[in-house]
Design a protein around this ligand. Structure first.
Ligand SMILES: [Zn+2]
Ligand SMILES: [Zn+2]
Length: 397
């Protein structure tokens, strides 16, 4: 059932009032009951219920708590996937909202409650009104916040069970208006890796340092040297971040003891694969070099997390067209972020595009992962309109 332009334009109606009210109420309910990665049992059950209620085929269990909804219309061969993340963060909430978190130490501080609801709204609208010809898979992914939800879904056979030509992701962004999007080709989010160095010397009496080999002094030298990687080794035109975020050695109740070991750890971020390799190699080189200088040893560990999110040119052009049809304001330039998103695990397999949807001004300066952050309900209709339009303009064969 291929539709002419006029047909689907007529169908791109705004959300019915009762559906809009249901989505807002559901968003508040999810916000009040945040769940951490791979623990989203309540959230996943609600998602599955709302999909099934609309007659959408539901597949559960991929990536433990993941849910995939599938809609097919007509005989079109096009297949796309749209992804929303469902998890919350392990942090307290201080918004004072009537629907604030009821789970102590858990908070939807990244707006994934909004992402979930917007994709649900679009799935239900498409199930109701159609207007496309092909197959769309709605991915409700667990554990985006550093727990490897996308990796788990892919490892569990997402692409084998749900083969797709392209994949799309969306994240809310404070500072843009709720009826505004940014759709930009190229790097959006950085790779996110963890590194750790353990310097091992010979512990001794604090009064007799000459009888030992001091790992703490080596760690201090390492911390200073580590910042020369971005400043002196990486191409100044290639973004990179190396941050030391944890440090431990010795004991404050034993200030006359030089300990055997000192441990330093942190994060490394980049957009280009060669820069990522460079950060790993240079961190190790400096750790080993400092250890040699101080006559001690260094054990270096580098754990690769998510790859960078790099928007494919063709997928970006398609997302841009849909955004321009759905919303009044679309930015084609927007600075990338040094945060990461495991959407990259999907978009490494097939061409993909990750877009930003406005969340309005940052209220009281609260940004993502702040104890006072909240998703803006005014963006729900925009997100639903974009996703719906994207499916209709993508699946027209
Ligand atoms: Zn986040
Ligand atoms: Zn997020």
């Amino acid at each position: 059932m291929a539709n002419s332009l006029t047909d689907w334009q007529d169908m791109t109606a705004t959300l019915p009032d009762d559906e809009q009210a249901m989505l807002v109420a559901l968003r508040h309910d999810l916000h009040a009951h945040p769940e951490l990665g791979f623990e989203e049992t309540r959230t996943a059950a609600l998602v599955a219920e709302k999909l099934a209620e609309a007659g959408i085929e539901v597949h559960r269990g991929l990536g433990e708590t993941g849910v995939v909804g599938t809609l097919r219309r007509g005989n079109g061969h096009g297949r796309i996937a749209l992804r929303a993340d469902m998890d919350a963060l392990a942090m307290p909430e201080h918004t004072g909202l009537p629907y604030a978190s009821q789970n102590p130490g858990r908070m939807h501080a990244c707006g994934h409650d909004g992402h979930t609801v917007m994709l649900l709204g679009a799935a239900r609208q498409l199930a109701r009104d159609g207007g496309f010809n092909g197959t769309v898979h709605f991915i409700f992914q667990p554990a985006e916040e550093g727990r490897g939800g996308a990796q788990r879904m892919v490892a569990d056979g997402f692409f084998e069970q749900f083969p797709v030509d392209r994949v799309y992701g969306l994240h809310n962004m404070p500072g843009l208006d709720p009826d505004e999007m940014a759709v930009v080709e190229g790097p959006q989010l950085a790779s996110s890796d963890r590194w750790e160095v353990v310097f091992t010397g010979t512990g001794t009496h604090g009064a007799k340092p000459h009888l030992g080999r001091d790992a703490i002094t080596a760690a201090g030298a390492f911390l200073t040297a580590v910042h020369t990687i971005v400043a002196r080794v990486v191409d100044p035109l290639a973004p990179a971040v190396v941050s030391a975020c944890a440090l431990s050695a010795g004991d404050f109740s034993a200030l006359n003891v030089i300990p055997d070991t000192a441990r330093v750890g942190g994060t490394a971020r980049a957009y280009a694969p060669d820069v990522r390799d460079q950060l790993e190699a240079e961190l190790n080189r400096i750790a080993q070099g400092i250890a040699a200088t101080y006559g001690i040893t260094a054990r270096f560990d580098y754990r690769r997390g998510v790859p960078p999110v790099i928007n494919d040119p063709d997928a970006t052009a398609r997302a841009l067209k849909a955004a321009q049809r759905a919303l009044p304001k679309v930015r084609r330039a927007f600075p990338p972020s040094t945060a990461g998103d495991d959407f990259a695990v999907f978009s490494q397999q097939v061409p993909g595009c990750y877009v930003w949807l406005g969340n309005g001004p940052a209220v009281d300066g609260a940004l993502h992962h702040n104890t006072r952050y909240d998703f803006n309900d005014a963006a729900i209709a925009s997100g639903v309109a974009f996703w719906t339009e994207l499916v209709r303009s993508e699946l027209t064969d």
